[in-house]
Design a protein around this ligand. Sequence first.
Ligand SMILES: [Zn+2]
Length: 57
Amino acid sequence: MSKTIECPICGGDVSLANDTIQGELIECQDCGTELEVTNLNPIKLAEAPQEEEDWGE
Ligand SMILES: [Zn+2]
């Protein structure tokens, strides 16, 4: 059985497996944002820190 939680970015549904662990990264199927599980009880998701891109300014 999996849990569904609201994506903090787009409000879409994100499915979490039952064995989800804190710190796990999950990609939102709706907006493609990488989300980090920051807390398990209650479940909280936050946008995962993006690696800095070198835009060569
Ligand atoms: Zn989303």
